[in-house]
Design a protein around this ligand. Structure first.
Ligand code: SF4
Length: 371
């Protein structure tokens, strides 16, 4: 017997019902790799129109941050959302559980600064126990890492990415608008010694990243089992002007500098975002490049994002998404929520260029999206 499901209303449409064959037929109309999509749908996995499997959920748990990085938000006057607008721990865990039942295996907690949320260790521990979830990760600015490290280890976290854009105190202060380099640095060293399986340092490659500082960053991989990743600046600076002040430098330039300074680069397969990843002879760690603005890695994108206020975004550059918070608070059934997640994935844009609204060089603040 055919199984019908009620789909929530698309914008400007009334709610409607669709059977699973119709959902599959949509894929046929789009002339996509049908066999691949069909197979994933049969296995109840999340597949988009282009045959990409989505198995990675990034969850922003807060829009607040204790830094004010120049490329991310203005120094003053930013209006954070009231606590009631943010998803509760229970709501976050429900979404992760549903995503896990659709084949999502990896979850990354982001923000804002996720460690500003005191219930994060409990969220992590509970998320670790959810069926299907295989690895939990955190992206943090590192300021509160020392305090939370024991609890993070206890939760069984698999990876911690720490943002660190400068190795000199003064440049760090200029970028973050906080004089906190020493604390962050000590916390990074503690994290590297804590036995967490995967530690990465995320460096936004700004135009004033000098060759010598780049070399110093890469030198960290000599004695530490860490991946240093250079990430292109993205146009998420709220309404400030940092995007227009020639702060951008390309992944190509970073690659050229790496090749100039390190003769023994050995190409490796990195994560989906790490378009280039290298081991270096006699170094314990790795170095990687993420062309986040150029967006040349979209073909293998496996990500879905949940914003702190409960929007499900199918691309970093998408301006709108499914409003899960409202559905969660209306007491909507798991079945409808599952269909909503599937719908968001199915309509994932082919790439971030197509997802970005044409009239804007910027979108909302990064802390709202979760990086
Ligand atoms: S820009 Fe969008 S489609 Fe491309 S990798 Fe990022 S999230 Fe995926």
């Amino acid at each position: 017997m055919k199984k019908f499901v009620s789909l929530p209303a698309w914008k400007g449409e009334s709610p409607h019902r669709k059977c699973s064959c119709c959902i599959f037929f949509d894929a046929i109309l789009l002339c996509q790799p049908l066999e691949q999509i069909h197979k994933m749908m049969q296995q109840n996995l999340l597949a988009d129109r282009f045959g990409r499997r989505v198995n990675y959920l990034r969850v922003a748990v807060t829009d607040r941050c204790n830094f004010r990085c120049v490329y991310c938000m203005p120094e003053k006057g930013i209006r954070f959302k009231p606590a009631t607008a943010l998803l509760s721990a229970k709501e976050i865990l429900r979404v992760i559980g549903l995503a896990g039942s659709l084949g999502v295996e990896k979850v990354r907690f982001t923000g804002g600064e996720p460690l500003l949320r005191e219930d994060l260790p409990e969220i992590l521990s509970e998320a670790a126990a959810l069926p299907g979830i295989r690895s939990l990760h955190l992206t943090t600015n590192g300021l509160l890492l020392g305090k939370y490290l024991p609890a993070l280890k206890k939760s069984g976290i698999h990876g911690v990415n720490i943002s660190l854009d400068a190795l000199q105190r003064e440049r760090f202060r200029k970028i973050t608008r906080r004089d906190a380099f020493q604390t962050v640095w000590e916390n990074i060293l503690q994290t590297l010694d804590a036995g967490i399986p995967e530690v990465k340092i995320n460096v936004v490659a700004l135009a004033d990243l000098s060759e010598s500082e780049l070399v110093q960053f890469v030198a960290l991989t000599q004695s530490h089992k860490v991946t240093v990743r250079f990430i292109e600046l993205m146009p998420f600076n709220h309404e400030t002007e940092s995007w227009r002040t020639n702060a951008f430098t390309s992944a190509k330039r970073v690659l050229r500098l790496l090749n100039e300074h390190f003769s023994g680069l050995i190409p490796l397969e990195g994560s989906a975002t790490e378009q280039q990843c290298f081991a270096i002879r006699d170094h314990r760690g790795k170095v990687a490049i993420i062309p986040a603005y150029t967006r040349s890695m979209c073909g293998s994108c496996s990500r879905l994002r949940l914003t702190a206020d409960g929007k499900l975004l199918n691309c970093l550059y998408a301006e709108s998404g499914e409003e899960l918070r409202d559905l969660l608070r209306l007491g909507i059934s798991d079945e409808i929520l599952l269909r909503t997640i599937q719908k968001a994935v199915f309509s994932k844009p082919k790439n971030g260029m197509l997802a970005q609204p044409h009239d804007s060089g910027k979108q909302t603040c990064m802390t709202e999206i979760g990086g």
